[in-house]
Design a protein around this ligand. Structure first.
Ligand code: GDP
Length: 454
């Protein structure tokens, strides 16, 4: 494999920049452009040590004062010989050094190529490599906690355990089928059924963690809903901290759906403020209302706004009806005004009820607490491993369906050969998930999500 190099820090002015070189020739390449202050050669340096010195160009002209670190294979991020040069953080200097590295034999690294090599050299499992992306982009504490757990290999271990159970069943089936005369105990369909059901449950449970992971990573897809003029735009502005949607006294002016992402403590909300729920002949407003209902169907959370200063209306009733069986919080707005709202209906229909004055920024803390309580205290521990992305989700869903198929086949009295074929395929999907048996296309897809230098 060619020796590769790239700038691993952002392409911007900063205190220092780091250029990483990885591959068989990395020490040789670096040797050509580096003069250490002590006179020691890079090839004489131990792994995990660094040297002070200067980068020089072809005429031995000083380019920059740098610190050079050496990591020797296999004890490096990529598993290959790696040299990292920390230079002054100017864009010009950094690019000049990178150019010198290329001129002396390294090739430009592709997006994610360092991490891809780490995977190919067995330094990381595929799920751990994917977690590196999440670590880089973690925006909150819980997001970080979950990314770290993934990086530690939690999901790999979780899937590996299930996979081993399937493979053990496959082993029993094969032994029995291939060596019937050898006194191998007969596979008991009852026992087999129990085992398969246990495997299926583990798969279902693991698959469920995807939604939780998605919520932590991408934020809760939240819709602010309620009749016109109840204060949706005001709440949205209040949560996002600045004016985005148009706030007006004329009912029905928020026609478009406006989106905003806000970090509320531990949790990220992806907010959309929808047009009022209202029976209307106005076509434009009508489109907004349909869209609002569609958004409710797709949302992880609905903040249902009610106006403390007015009585319950048909529109409120429609919203309450629409929200049965959906994760929602009743938000009673305008508590700064005299109450005219009959709370009974709200009390009966909502588990979470908070009172706010969006206009005066009051009660927002209570709303944030309710959201955190709803979403952070699920029985899902990041440490046990969480399905992190669509790729992993697809693999586990396929495996889950196949194990269910095998259960059905067994119950219908199919031959054990048929069960073997189905389970074999299920195990293959789990091997694809962990990256132990994965196609080049899938690998390229995973690593294309990285930036250059990672
Ligand atoms: P939307 O149609 O649901 O988006 O409602 P808006 O956010 O545009 O608010 C409608 C009106 O209600 C505006 O005049 C707001 O200033 C007012 N409003 C919003 N929140 C409160 C509140 O907490 N108290 C009072 N008194 N008025 C509010």
């Amino acid at each position: 494999m060619p020796t590769i190099a790239a700038i691993s820090t952002p392409n911007a002015v900063g205190g220092i920049s780091v250029i990483r070189i990885s591959g068989e020739k990395s020490i040789g390449v670096a040797e050509k452009i580096f003069r250490s202050t002590s006179g020691k050669k890079i090839s004489e340096m131990q792994g995990y040590t660094c040297a002070h010195g200067a980068v020089v160009d072809g005429e031995d002209t000083h380019v920059d004062e740098v610190i050079l670190s050496v990591f020797k294979a296999p004890k490096s991020y990529t598993g290959e010989d790696v040299v990292e040069i920390s230079c002054h953080g100017g864009v010009y200097i950094t690019k000049k050094i990178l150019r010198l590295i290329f001129e002396n034999g390294a090739k430009p690294a592709e997006a994610g190529e360092f991490t891809k090599r780490a995977f190919l050299n067995g330094k990381l499992s595929l799920t751990q490599a994917e977690a590196v992306i999440d670590l880089i982009s973690a925006g909150g504490k819980s997001e970080l906690k979950y990314a770290i757990a993934l990086k530690d290999g939690a999901i790999f271990r979780r899937i590996d355990k299930i996979k081993r159970r399937i493979i053990s069943v496959l082993g029993d089936l094969a032994a029995w089928a291939d060596f019937p005369e050898d006194d191998i105990p007969e596979v008991d369909p009852e026992n087999l059924l129990e085992t398969l059901k246990g495997i299926y449950e583990s798969l279902v449970e693991t698959n469920k963690t995807y939604d939780y992971g998605r919520i932590i990573r991408e934020g809760i897809n939240t819709v602010i809903s309620g009749k016109p003029n109840v204060g949706k735009s005001t709440l949205m502005n209040c949560l996002s901290g600045f004016e985005r949607s148009i706030v007006t006294d004329v009912a029905g002016t928020t026609r478009d759906i406006i989106e905003e992402t806000v970090q509320l403590g531990e949790i990220k909300l992806r907010l959309s403020d929808t047009a009022g729920i209202r029976k209307t002949d106005d076509i434009v407003e009508g489109i907004g209302v349909n869209l609002a209902f569609k958004r409710i169907d797709e949302a992880d959370l609905v903040l249902a706004l009610f106006d403390n200063s007015s009585e319950i209306t048909d529109e409120d009733l429609k919203l309450i009806e629409k929200l049965s069986n959906r994760k929602s919080i009743a938000v009673i707005n305008k508590i700064d005004e005299k109450s005219a709202l009959d709370r009974n209906l709200i009390n009966e229909n909502f588990k979470y009820i908070v009172e706010i004055s969006a206009k005066n920024n009051e009660g927002i803390e209570g709303l944030i607490n309710a959201v955190n309580e709803m979403f952070l205290h699920e029985d899902i521990e990041a440490e046990k491993g969480i399905i992190a992305n669509e790729r992993q989700k697809n693999c586990i869903t396929k495996a889950e369906e196949l194990v269910l198929d095998s259960i059905n086949a067994l119950e219908q009295g199919e031959l054990l050969d048929a069960i073997t074929i189905i389970l074999d395929e299920a195990a293959a999907y789990l091997l694809e998930l962990t990256g132990e048996r994965v196609s080049e296309t899938v690998l390229n897809e995973v690593f294309s999500r990285f930036c250059i230098g990672k």
